[in-house]
Design a protein around this ligand. Structure first.
Ligand SMILES: Cc1ncc(COP(=O)(O)O)c(C=O)c1O
Length: 299
């Protein structure tokens, strides 16, 4: 029996006087409660990847990430749980397994950390580079950065199977776009999908397109789905992993007033975009879902 139970991910209804007055319901899918390490979208993305590695009788999983990567930590924890080995290719040759708490945790859970140069890491999306990594680890399943795979997408779609009421708008943070693409693919066609990139200058639609295409295999259909996406590109607070006092105060406010813990890299920014958007009358009488993608352990 897996330690990662999605039943722990409750649907929390938030109480806020202005929303109550305007008959807006805000529900939070608390995927952060699934597990402290395989938290938020991580189990959604890893579930079928782990299943595939086991089915293919792989020794383990090789994947990559930055020094503070939630994905590396989740992969280390999930592999440990399922008796798989894990190798983490970490950006930055200058680092060691002692460099920070995230890497220490990964190492403690048995992840074999290999520190690679920033130049090598920058080639992570190139087919040739990925082939080299696969050849270097033939007994391991190679998983791209952030778990951005077809199997990850399928796992993220399953969030909808746990929501039993109509949702007008869903909000989610974006990194590799796997979670948002999964949510979009699994959503009702009346649902608007709001994405909040954690990176400054991120082209959400162009990033989502190839992932959706893997699934839909039809460019027109991809465009039809993308027509239901609203991008909130203004909530990056300076860029990836940057935070301002305003963001930090906002996160404190959400904890105190709404009983909602948020991280600084992804969910704090995404929820800020939601709060701002809900100031518009367009949301009066609507039901809004926020998918809590985790990140609390590192942020
Ligand atoms: C906490 C958290 N939220 C959101 C995201 C973004 O998800 P995705 O990469 O699927 O777009 C990530 C990165 O994977 C993350 O760690």
């Amino acid at each position: 029996m897996s330690r990662f139970q999605t039943e722990r991910s409750i649907l929390q209804e938030l109480q806020f006087p202005d929303w109550e007055k305007r008959s807006i319901r805000v529900l939070v899918k608390r995927d952060d409660l699934i597990d402290p390490f395989v938290s938020g979208n991580k189990w959604r993305k890893l579930k079928y990847i782990i299943e595939l590695a086991l089915h293919q009788q792989r020794l383990g999983i090789v994947t990559l990430g930055g020094a503070y990567s939630n994905h590396l930590l989740a992969t280390a924890a999930a592999c440990e749980q399922f008796g798989l080995k894990s190798i983490g290719l970490v950006r930055g040759e200058e680092l060691t397994a002692e460099s920070n708490e995230n890497l220490q945790r990964c190492a403690a859970m048995g992840m074999d950390l290999r520190f690679i140069s920033r130049d090598e890491y920058s080639e992570r999306y190139e087919k040739e580079r990925q082939e080299i990594w696969k050849q270097q680890h033939p007994d391991y399943l190679f998983v791209p950065e952030g778990g951005a795979t077809y199997h990850g997408l399928i796992g993220c779609q399953e969030i909808w199977t746990e929501i039993n009421e109509p949702i007008d708008h869903v909000f989610v943070a974006q990194g590799t776009t796997t979670t948002s693409c999964g949510l979009l693919l699994g959503s009702d066609e009346k649902t608007t999908v709001h994405v909040v990139p954690a990176l400054k200058g991120f082209d959400s639609l162009e990033e989502m397109r190839p992932l959706l295409y893997q699934f839909l295999i039809d460019s027109e259909l991809v465009n039809d789905y993308l027509n239901r996406v609203v991008i909130h590109s203004e909530a990056h607070f300076g860029g990836y992993a940057k935070a301002t006092n305003e963001l930090i105060e906002f996160i404190g406010f959400c904890k105190r007033t709404l009983d909602l813990p948020l991280d600084r890299v992804y969910t704090g920014k995404a929820f800020y975009a939601l709060m701002k958007a809900l100031e518009s009358e367009e949301f009066d009488g609507k039901t809004v879902l926020f998918v809590h993608t985790g990140g609390l352990i590192n942020g």
